[in-house]
Design a binder for this molecule. Structure first.
Ligand SMILES: Nc1ncnc2c1ncn2[C@@H]1O[C@H](COP(=O)(O)OP(=O)(O)OP(=O)(O)O)[C@@H](O)[C@H]1O
Ligand SMILES: [Mg+2]
Length: 482
């Protein structure tokens, strides 16, 4: 058979140049045609490793997944392609098949019609037969792309809750997309990088070790039996750069980035929240390698004992279930959660193994404050900046406190300029005066933490906070002159 011999030829060529994108694609499609699904999957995966946003490889992968019965994985990939290329007829055809497999005939027809309208040369006899509609007729039909409201869930509050099976959501909501999914090179992606974050060197290295280096040196990681991804929990007082750090990860890591906001999870329909969360993890897995980021994790992962509403309890259970599912060798997803209330998290989240690393982000030390001050002063009209004098005047200040000092000083200088009619740069006296009159916002946090650490079970977070407290870093709030 001709296909077989050309497959062998491609295989031989690939042995010579295993990273040749065009060859990999050809081989992937040829294998798919011969229904050598594992070979096809492997080569599309390889292409996506080399170029995670590659539409053709995404589609090829989606076809393989569909044939292997991984319907939601196929859907996620086809949707991804449509996000980048809404006019991709092949992706619409594929989604039509996906919905057919899901017994959603009307959605299947909708995508079939769209495909037909986009590309007049398309034909797909098998699909036409199943839908009972020819492409030609579909072209004449008018498109009706109206997303429906998600269905209300089967179980109500107060009823006994079902245990979570491996995949409890047989009908993922395909209309729903996390809004903050960014492939590499997406112009909307954060341009902040690690260089914009002062301090936190250990955390930066931890993130590189779990996701950047494995992508850079896959063979080395394989040789040492280390896997890509995992989980990191970042905690510490407010304003010390946790959110900034999460944004910097987007600018830093060379892979897909998915950041999750609460509004993307909470849904007025009971039960949909778990489904949304599940869908988010599915999206991350289907687009691996990927970083999945949850800021302000505490609002999502509250201690189940203190949560009355069964909806939130279910969400916590679902979250734990998803994290447990991430341990496999092939889950090349790095989950990073951040919180300033580690004690409010369900203890299950802090147990070793859920997040394999809990990293305490303390208020910046002298060196880190100096860096932050330099960053804040960049591109601002400031005369004779004396960073070390400012460092000395700001012990216990968070990055946000330092930012406040700069903003307030600029405001005062501006106000003076308006009244005097003489614009002048911000000077050191103003900066120092603002710093001296400001009480660092981290003090209150440490008082709360001290309280919680005394009563908490001896787990990682309490230990770290105690260690920091025993070093005597934050001085108690002093009476400061206004
Ligand atoms: N390490 C840092 N390097 C540079 N800027 C910083 C740093 N820490 C804080 N900042 C500045 O302070 C602002 C607030 O920090 P950020 O929002 O990241 O704090 P957070 O730790 O997420 O606080 P919260 O716990 O309240 O969410 C940042 O946008 C940045 O301008
Ligand atoms: Mg934050």
């Amino acid at each position: 058979m001709q296909g077989m011999s050309s497959l062998q030829a491609l295989r031989d060529a690939l042995e010579q140049s295993p990273n040749n994108l065009s060859l990999l694609l050809l081989f992937g499609h040829a294998s798919l045609e011969q229904l050598h699904l594992e070979d096809a999957r492997e080569s599309f995966e390889r292409v996506l490793e080399l170029d995670p946003g590659h539409g053709d490889a995404q589609l090829g992968m989606a076809k393989v997944l569909l044939l292997q019965g991984e319907i939601s994985g196929a859907a996620v990939r086809a949707e991804r392609v449509l996000q980048m290329h809404p006019q991709d007829a092949q992706a619409h055809l594929l989604l039509s098949r996906v919905f057919l497999a899901e017994n959603d005939r009307s959605k299947a027809l909708e995508h079939f019609e769209r495909a037909a309208q986009i590309d007049a040369t398309l034909s797909d006899p098998a699909l036409e037969k199943e839908l009972g509609l020819t492409m030609r007729d579909a072209r004449r039909a008018s498109p009706v792309p109206t997303p429906e409201a998600p269905p209300a869930e089967a179980f109500e509050e107060g009823e006994p809750q079902p245990e979570f099976a491996d995949d409890p959501f047989d009908e993922p909501p395909f209309d729903w997309r996390p809004e903050t999914f960014y492939p590499p090179g997406d112009p909307a992606r954060s341009g902040v990088t690690f260089a914009d974050v002062g301090g936190m060197e250990e955390l930066k290295e931890e993130i590189r070790l779990k996701i950047s280096y494995p992508l850079q040196y896959p063979d080395l990681y394989k040789a040492y039996g280390r896997r890509t991804g995992g989980g990191i929990l970042i905690y510490g007082p407010p304003g010390c750069g946790k959110t900034l750090m999460l944004r910097a990860v987007a600018g830093e890591v060379p892979c897909n980035y998915l950041s999750v906001g609460l509004h993307e999870i909470f849904d007025p329909y009971i039960g949909s929240t778990e489904r949304n969360l599940h869908q988010i993890f599915e999206t991350a897995r289907a687009n691996a390698p990927c970083v999945l980021v949850f800021d302000d994790l505490d609002s999502l992962a509250q201690d189940r004992r203190h949560v009355r509403e069964s909806q939130l309890r279910n969400l916590v259970n679902q979250f734990l279930h998803e994290l447990d599912g991430m341990r496999g060798e092939n889950n090349r997803v790095l989950v990073i959660g951040a919180t300033n209330q580690p004690w409010a998290l369900d203890p299950a989240f802090r147990r070793p193994g859920r997040f394999d690393q809990a990293v305490f982000v303390p208020p910046p030390d002298d060196a880190a404050r100096e860096l932050i001050i330099q960053l804040l002063a960049r591109d601002k009209p400031i005369s004779n900046l004396d960073a070390s004098a400012l460092v000395a005047a700001t012990p216990g200040f968070s990055g946000a406190d330092l930012k406040f000092v700069f903003d307030r000083a600029a405001e005062m200088t501006l106000s003076a300029a308006i009244h005097s009619g003489h614009p002048a740069p911000v000077n050191m006296e103003t900066l120092l005066a603002v710093a001296r009159s400001h009480t660092p916002s981290t003090h209150a946090w440490f008082e709360g933490a001290r309280e919680h650490a005394q009563h908490a079970a001896p787990d990682t977070y309490a230990h770290e906070v105690r260690k920091f407290l025993s070093l005597g870093a934050p001085t108690p709030p002093q009476q400061r002159e206004p």
